[in-house]
Design a protein around this ligand. Structure first.
Ligand SMILES: Cc1ncc(COP(=O)(O)O)c(C=O)c1O
Length: 353
């Protein structure tokens, strides 16, 4: 027990881990034995418990279901040397969770509730952290409203939970992305920077339309003019043009990715020129046509780095034949080595369980 929290622990009678084949993990289908739950009664967080993973009951008048007062995070734990478990940058997710909570009128989480509860849960289910190369344990913390009241106002009561699931080796297949000029993911003053349920629900239909045209994901553009590149469905976007790494600045329309921050940190450390600035669609297209685009990729917890092989714009598809991807391949290799404890963690990114 490391925690200063008073957590009641009820262990499973029989672990389900024997059902797992860590060499063939089906993404997000099997969840680890235990889950963490805390409840907010309108004044304070209480009743901390780790119990066997399973269904929960909610009122049919639950405001998270009706009005989407619901936020979440996503991060990963890796198996290191000697069975050590390393969680990658949980403090960044903690900060982002509380930013989301503020925007959605939900209570702040104390740091020990986020970090220590995660520690206890991962420690208990440490056998679920796979050690096959490229695999990891996905951690999903989330909070939702729990009042029994159908009315558009902030709930008084909330539940915070953590569930986890092993995820397989991600073989980054290059993606085809389409520049979206009609639909909008986020607008200035909106909720784009928050990791809240509705942002994702609203993206499903435009993404489905693009998938009908053979694309994997959308490149969202700014909601006012559709002139500047923002981000993709679950990734921030980066482009190497004329030896400069360019990515959109994180304002209120973009999710400030932890992977984004990690990649920019490495780039700056390696002496790569970095520009966090609005990138015009036309500037990107000109760079493609003039052979000045050297690398194009998305960054996110799921894939770390997802190479982009084609960009759709209006009726054109630009196939990117970029050859060697020196920078992004080096980033992927470096992050992998740090997260699994094989390289020195000079930025202090690993939280050890
Ligand atoms: C909309 C969006 N952008 C970017 C990201 C990448 O963020 P991170 O690197 O923290 O996973 C995600 C994934 O969480 C996302 O949902």
């Amino acid at each position: 027990m490391i925690s200063t929290l008073d957590i009641r622990i009820e262990k499973v009678g029989q672990s389900r881990i024997s059902e797992m084949d860590f060499h063939h993990i089906e993404f997000a289908r099997k969840y680890s034995d235990h889950m963490f739950i805390a409840d907010y009664d309108g004044k304070e967080w209480k009743d901390f418990r780790i119990i066997p993973y399973g269904n929960i009951e909610v009122s049919p008048a639950n405001p998270a279901i009706h009005y989407g007062q619901s936020i979440f995070e996503g991060l990963k734990a890796y198996k290191g040397e000697n069975g050590q478990v390393l969680i990658f940058r949980p403090d960044k997710n903690y900060e982002r969770m509380n930013k989301s909570a503020e925007r959605m009128m939900m209570p702040q989480l104390p740091r020990e509730l986020f970090i220590d509860a995660m520690h206890e849960l991962i420690n208990l289910d440490r056998d679920w952290v796979p050690d096959v190369a490229g695999t990891s344990l996905y951690i999903r913390p989330f909070m939702f409203a729990t009042d029994e009241f159908i009315g558009v106002r902030p709930s008084d009561t909330y539940r915070y939970m953590i569930i986890t699931c092993p995820v397989g080796a991600y073989y980054p297949k290059p993606v085809k992305v389409k520049i979206e000029e009609h639909f909008t993911r986020a607008v200035k003053g909106g909720t784009g920077y928050a990791k809240t349920a509705g942002n994702y629900a609203a993206s499903l239909y435009p993404a489905w339309l693009a998938q009908q045209q053979g694309y994997d994901q959308l490149i969202w553009t700014d909601g006012q003019q559709h002139r500047y590149i923002e981000e993709a469905g679950t990734m921030n976007l980066m482009f190497m043009i004329d030896d400069t790494l360019i990515t959109a600045p994180t304002g209120d329309t973009i999710l400030a990715g932890v992977t984004r921050d990690s990649v920019l940190t490495l780039a700056r450390d390696w002496g790569v020129k970095v520009e966090e600035r609005p990138l015009e669609v036309q500037e990107l297209l000109a760079a493609i046509k003039e052979g000045r685009l050297q690398e194009a990729f998305g960054t996110g917890t799921a894939a770390t780095i997802a190479h982009i092989e084609a960009i759709g714009y209006r009726d054109e598809q630009y196939n990117l034949d970029l050859g060697e991807r020196h920078f992004s391949d080096k980033v992927l290799e470096t992050l992998d080595a740090i997260r699994t404890g094989k390289a020195e963690d000079k930025y202090g990114w690993n939280y050890i369980v």
